[in-house]
Design a protein around this ligand. Structure first.
Ligand SMILES: Nc1ncnc2c1ncn2[C@@H]1O[C@H](COP(=O)(O)OP(=O)(O)O)[C@@H](O)[C@H]1O
Ligand code: SF4
Ligand SMILES: [Mg+2]
Length: 464
């Protein structure tokens, strides 16, 4: 289920989600928020997860990391974490415990330290294993991360707290140096260490959260709508910086957003989620060039890209279903312009598509091999404009920052667009740094240094 772009840029599988199911509540009133989800995140690659609000994206992220809270219940599936790339952490240690003693305890329990564990199923991992893995192997920046900083503690203290808790052998000076380094890495100058969160802009606070997530050099960072609350200029700045850091440090990212256009530029591969199900998965450029699922096509027609000429968007009619009573058959059928009789009664399974050169899938009856695929959802002939490009290119000549960011699917917003090649290209030209931020060259130098083996590192397992 992973696009070629991701495979060529990354390594082997890092996280494999298999048949994951999550409900909220029990019995007939249960909300089926994630249904048989299957995904592979490749080491060093960016996997985008897109879908309208209420599709189950955050629930999937919480469940994968075992951070799901009641009334959420994981009712089935596996989430396999492989050794992955990047420097492994030291064996976990409890605060105040000697690392050697902790290692002996782990050995006595017959358990390997997480970094040496090979493959572990996070769904059956115990609390001690999960504590070892969080932050040091898997870092999470959740949807409300901007408000996750403690308002009465300085930025510097919050960064050094993470290091103090997880890297027991670092002394105070080393922790401060590391905090400066992490802050500069995300483009914030060191004099901000003494400032409180309310003294920083929203974009700077989000950069601090990203610095914290990268503090222990995790193999994967899961980001749930990390830029949704920011203005489009700041959003673009942060995504540009994130893309540069990700390329330099080669950590994997699961980037969750309702805005598919962000992923087209940032991700190697994209999975599209709707009503708790993954409906399409493809390399990002393929998905943009030739969406094969009607829902993906609708999403592409709902969000403006980050820049380019303006053009009206068509969106998707209707709204997502109540997941307590999802429609029978294909969950998208009440909103789908291509719906057939079979769609109203039978749930389509994910069908592996035989597009040239790419492993991709779509859960749609149109692709079961017995029907003529509508032109919008067929693979275009070489040189034919993509549905996305055709929709956006139009005759418009006006360029600029997209005006309709954050509008939901279905909104008939005036929007920006760009050429297919431009959309498929990765974010390249970093914008001017905002006030209080460090020059980009400095960030990149700092980013390169992060790859250096750090001083002694330990994980207390405390999730902060
Ligand atoms: N705590 C909860 N209790 C009951 N239902 C919930 C809860 N959290 C989320 N849901 C439901 O689960 C579904 C998926 O939600 P969510 O994972 O937040 O979607 P997304 O992140 O794609 O917006 C939605 O229908 C939502 O109403
Ligand atoms: S299965 Fe049918 S209703 Fe569902 S997306 Fe495909 S054509 Fe539309
Ligand atoms: Mg969400």
């Amino acid at each position: 289920m992973t696009g070629q772009g991701a495979l060529s840029r990354g390594g082997g599988p890092l996280i494999e989600v298999r048949g994951l199911r999550v409900d909220y509540g029990l019995g007939p009133d249960a909300v089926h928020a994630v249904i048989d989800a299957g995904l592979t995140l490749v080491s060093g690659s960016v996997l985008g997860l897109a879908g309208e609000s209420g599709s189950g994206k955050s629930t999937l992220a919480y469940a994968m990391t075992r951070l799901l809270r009641a009334p959420g219940i994981i009712t089935g599936g596996q989430v396999l974490l492989h050794g992955g790339t990047g420097p492994p952490g030291e064996p976990a240690a409890q605060p105040g415990a000697e690392p050697a003693a902790q290692g002996a305890e782990a050995a006595a329990q017959g358990a390997e330290p997480a970094a040496q564990a090979g493959v572990i199923d996070l769904m059956t991992a115990d609390e001690r294993q999960l504590r070892e893995l969080r932050w040091s192997r898997i870092a999470v920046v959740m949807q409300s991360a901007m408000h996750a900083l403690n308002p009465v503690v300085t930025i510097g203290a919050q960064l050094t707290d993470v290091l103090e808790a997880h890297r027991l052998r670092m002394d105070r000076t080393e922790r401060r140096q590391r905090a400066v380094f992490l802050l500069e890495m995300v483009g914030i100058s060191a004099d901000n260490l003494r400032r409180y969160p309310h003294q920083l802009s929203g974009g700077m606070r989000q950069r601090v959260m990203i610095a914290m997530a990268l503090a222990l050099e995790p193999a994967v960072v899961i980001m749930d709508e990390p830029t949704t609350a920011l203005d489009v200029v700041t959003q673009r700045e942060i995504l540009t910086e994130l893309a540069a850091l990700q390329r330099d440090l080669a950590f994997a990212v699961l980037f969750i957003t309702h805005d598919l256009s962000l992923l087209v530029e940032l991700a190697d591969s994209i999975a599209v989620m709707y009503a708790g199900r993954l409906l399409e998965h493809a390399a990002a450029s393929d998905l943009y060039r030739a969406p094969r699922h009607p829902y993906t096509l609708g999403l592409l027609r709902s969000f403006p890209p980050l820049h380019g000429p303006r053009k009206p968007l068509t969106g998707i009619p209707g709204s997502p279903p109540d997941l307590r009573t999802p429609p029978p058959g294909c969950p998208f059928h009440p909103r789908c312009g291509f719906a057939m009789d079979v769609c109203r009664t039978e749930v389509p399974a994910a069908i592996q598509l035989r597009d040239p050169g790419n492993g991709r899938s779509a859960a749609c009856w149109l692709h079961d091999g017995t029907r003529e695929v509508p032109a919008e959802l067929a693979v275009p002939e070489p040189g034919t404009p993509s549905p996305g490009a055709a929709m956006e290119a139009g005759t418009g000549t006006e360029t600029g920052t997209r005006p309709g960011a954050g509008t939901g699917a279905g909104a008939g917003t005036e929007a920006g667009a760009e050429t297919e090649a431009g959309a498929a290209a990765k974010l390249a030209a970093p914008p001017e740094p905002a006030a209080g931020t460090a020059p980009v060259t400095r960030q990149l130098t700092a980013a390169a240094q992060l790859g250096e083996p750090a001083a002694a590192q330990d994980a207390t397992g405390t999730m902060r």
